[in-house]
Design a protein around this ligand. Structure first.
Ligand code: HEM
Length: 136
């Protein structure tokens, strides 16, 4: 990734980091099988679940982790290894990862001027999910 792409992604994520619930909602909405992997959310209506304190807590964790990755760009291997260590045992498929990514992009398209940052996001999401998939 170029320095310009990195600063575009950082500025773009800064615009949405205050809405962790909306981001997680979009990622789970893209693939209901992801929600089923969460013991605390499985079998429940996403429209109800998204309003619970547990959902907010988890959403903040994901956004906190993402901020760490984004602010350390382009070095992400250690954060990816942490992710793989906790997520590989959860039996997540590559399709679920692709759908989570697509849900995030849907969110960004709805909440930011995504045309400006689309190629920079493409590069960073390719790096992140590509490295994850190569390890799990
Ligand atoms: C935790 C599932 C993708 C970041 C968790 C937990 C589950 C889970 C079941 C434990 C929740 C708890 O005990 O409260 C999944 C599934 C995914 C997915 C099925 C399918 C795509 C992601 C992605 C990210 C992420 C793409 C980051 C961008 C986290 C973080 C935690 C977590 C930071 C808390 C720490 C940990 O337990 O690893 N995830 N996750 N997850 N997830 Fe995911």
């Amino acid at each position: 990734m170029t320095a310009e792409q990195i600063s575009i992604v950082q500025a773009s994520f800064d615009e949405v980091k205050g809405d962790p619930v909306g981001i997680l909602y979009a990622c789970l909405k893209a693939d209901p099988s992801i929600q089923e992997k969460f013991p605390q959310f499985a079998g429940k209506d996403l429209e109800v679940v998204k309003g619970t304190p547990e959902f907010k807590t988890h959403a903040k964790r994901i956004v906190g982790y993402s901020l760490k990755v984004i602010y350390e760009l382009p070095d992400m291997e250690r954060d990816v290894d942490t992710f793989v260590a906790s997520h590989k045992p959860r039996g997540i498929t590559h399709e679920q990862l692709d759908n989570f990514r697509a849900g995030f992009v849907t969110y960004m398209k709805a909440h930011t001027d995504f045309a400006k940052s689309e190629s920079a996001w493409g590069a960073s999401l390719d790096n992140f999910f590509g490295m994850i998939k190569s390890k799990m």
